[in-house]
Write a protein that binds this ligand. Structure first.
Ligand code: PLP
Ligand SMILES: N[C@@H](CCOP(=O)(O)O)C(=O)O
Length: 456
């Protein structure tokens, strides 16, 4: 299996090479050259545990890693999840299920991919003998999950940029209170989009990237998206058989990696009816899916801060497919997006629809779900609970634990959810490395911190 860039100007890469590079050297995003069909494997897969399912799935995409090794990797990656199901599917009503994706070490869905990616990095360092510099941008959850995937791993230094003052206080503590000397939590001025732009431009200097062995932890890294496909298949196989083909997956959306993973699983043959892109008030994707117009506007801080995003990076992968895998056209559209100019396309029929939710409604939805079902939602997951399909089952992806966002939940329910790992962080010293949102400053800093050489 080879991986091609959405922009068509990069040589085919193996899985390991694509994971190591993160972003393709031509600035595009890697995708498998073709999507395998999984439909005939589902009956056998329905009997597997979560780690076993993940191992079988990844074997299709990275045959250069043996099936036995994949089983070891996934058993290790999901060992620290605090639910025996790893991703429990809870039935709320006959029509509504919640797929809880917050049972990993940092209490958000990012742990599914980043616990595994941390192990792939460890494997890579062992095989190559070279140190790795891992770089990412976060609006709160990717950063903490990436840091906890890499924490204490020899030969890996991790740098995470985040918008100063725009992530939740406990998310910041998860990144900045580890005390680990291979972790750098870097607040920068501006929004998540500014941080992500600096990260992408840093990768854009390919000479620099290869001099420090730079790899990407954001969902620009194809391993992230593939690992996120697995929980859709898991959920599908836990639904009653007669509702699988029509079920709607409702996905709180920011950078578009999560919903893209579900849509890709459907393209591979996972039965599904539709996907709903559920945004907060930063609704560029909702406007796009309802009108075909993509026009960027200012980011407004919201109660669901991890979704305060306007420049969703995985949108490029989706564009590649809806533009008929025409890389020249992708390059054209991406340069138009980069210039800030709006564009409109005639949307082909897809299984995606969208909704948005403002902050007042987020609070009301959390309050209502608590009152009706004694179920506590986090503010990101709350964005899913609008315009629920009447004619089919909905599977809502619960992307974070409410304990990460106690203030908003208290406003809605009157009490603050807690979690022992978050409580423990409150008394720890915070160590951050504030910096300008500037590529040269970031490159200098990475060089300085890794100047002791590239040998692991
Ligand atoms: C809690 C939470 N929900 C939803 C999202 C949106 O997911 P995606 O960026 O994959 O669209 C994020 C951030 O990515 C998040 O941290
Ligand atoms: N909401 C995310 C933003 C980055 O998304 P990613 O999936 O591309 O890493 C976050 O929590 O950082």
């Amino acid at each position: 299996m080879h991986y091609l860039s959405t922009r068509g100007q990069t040589q085919p890469h193996t899985f390991s090479e694509a994971v190591e590079a993160g972003l393709a050297p031509d600035g595009g995003l890697f995708l498998p050259e073709s999507l395998p069909s999984i439909a005939d494997k589902l009956p056998a897969w329905s009997k597997l545990s979560y780690p076993q399912l993940a191992a079988e799935f990844f074997t299709l995409f990275a045959p250069e890693i043996s099936n036995a090794e994949w089983h070891q990797l996934t058993a290790e990656a999901y060992r620290r999840f605090d639910s025996p199901d790893v991703a429990p599917l809870k039935k709320i009503t006959d029509k509504t299920y919640v797929l809880e994706l917050f049972h990993g070490p940092t209490l958000a869905f990012k742990d599914f991919a980043l616990q595994l990616l941390g192990l792939l990095y460890k494997r890579q360092v062992q095989h190559s003998g070279k140190r790795l510099s891992v770089l990412g941008a976060t609006s709160g959850d990717t950063g903490s999950a990436a840091i906890h995937g890499c924490l204490g791993r020899d030969g890996i230094t991790i740098f995470i940029l985040y918008p100063n003052g725009r992530v939740a206080p406990l998310q910041e503590r998860q990144m900045a209170c580890t005390g680990a000397d291979n972790v750098f939590a870097i607040p920068v001025p501006g929004t998540f989009d500014d941080a992500q732009r600096v990260v992408k431009d840093t990768f854009g200097d390919t000479a620099f990237a290869s001099s420090v062995n730079l790899s990407a932890v954001n969902s620009i890294n194809i391993a992230r998206v593939l690992a996120q496909c697995v929980y859709y298949i898991w959920a599908c196989l836990r639904l009653p058989e007669d509702v699988r083909a029509t079920a709607e997956y409702v996905v709180p959306t920011g950078n578009f990696g999560n919903v893209l993973a579900g849509w890709l699983a459907q393209q591979m043959g996972m039965p599904a009816g539709s996907f709903r892109v559920a945004t907060n008030q930063n609704d560029i994707l909702h406007r796009f899916f309802s009108s075909g117009e993509y026009s960027q506007s200012e980011v407004h801080p919201s109660h669901a801060p991890s979704m305060d995003i306007q420049a969703a990076s995985n949108f490029e992968r989706f564009l590649y497919y809806i533009l008929g895998q025409d890389s020249a056209r992708v390059r054209e559209v991406m340069s138009q997006i980069k210039s800030g100019a709006p564009f409109t396309i005639r949307l082909p029929h897809t299984s995606l629809r969208s909704t948005r939710m403002d902050d007042d409604t987020i609070v009301k939805v959390i309050a209502q779900m608590w009152k009706d079902w004694q179920y506590v939602l986090d503010p990101h997951t709350a964005c899913a609970f609008t315009d629920m399909a009447q004619d089919r089952v909905s599977v809502v992806l619960a992307t974070a634990s409410p304990a990460k966002f106690p203030e908003v939940v208290r406003q809605a329910t009157g009490s603050e959810p807690t979690h022992p790992t978050l409580e423990a962080l409150k008394s720890k010293p915070l160590k951050t490395w504030p910096m300008a949102a500037d590529v040269s400053a970031v490159k200098d800093f990475i060089r300085q911190q890794t100047s002791h050489g590239t040998k692991a």
